[in-house]
Design a protein around this ligand. Structure first.
Ligand code: MG
Length: 156
């Protein structure tokens, strides 16, 4: 068995869509980044890379590579799930936490699970939690969004 841990954060700015887990959440601000800046997908991707012992997300999808500009992060995650299978591992479980002060994320969690099933992570193999940062720090001030993920891979 292999365990992986992932983290991601992005700055929230006006004029960007708030895409989390491949789902657009209506809000006045969205995360800025090279790709669609989907923190949930990036944290899970980072966790899988960690479990595989293959470095970090920047190594696999560098900012400097125009191939990944405006990339759909669900596709990056799908690629990483496939890479795990190619390395002989099945994704047994993923647990995640999204941290954002506003808006309320819980109504969108089922849609996120549906959306992530396109990557090969089935709804019965992932848990998505959402919380605020109780008004503290950059998240509390509404300046950013973050996500954490852990995953368990098992040798096929
Ligand atoms: Mg990111």
């Amino acid at each position: 068995m292999r365990i992986g841990f992932g983290y991601d954060s992005h700055r929230l700015v006006e004029g960007r869509k708030l895409i989390i887990g491949g789902v657009e959440v209506p809000f006045e601000k969205g995360p800025i980044g090279h790709s669609d800046a989907d923190v949930l997908c990036h944290a899970i991707t980072d966790a899988i890379i960690g479990a595989l012992g293959l470095g970090d997300i920047g190594k696999h999808f560098p900012d400097s590579d125009t191939k990944w500009k405006n990339a759909v992060s669900v596709e990056l995650l799908k690629y990483m799930v496939e890479l795990a299978v190619m390395n002989g591992y099945a994704l047994s479980w993923v647990d995640t936490t999204i941290i954002i002060e506003q808006p309320k994320i819980s109504p969108f969690i089922d849609a996120m699970k549906d959306s992530l099933s396109k990557t090969g992570i089935l709804p019965g193999k992932i848990n998505i939690k959402a919380k605020t940062n109780e008004g503290m720090g950059f998240i509390g001030r509404g300046e950013g969004i973050a996500a954490y993920a852990v995953c368990l891979l098992e040798k096929i």
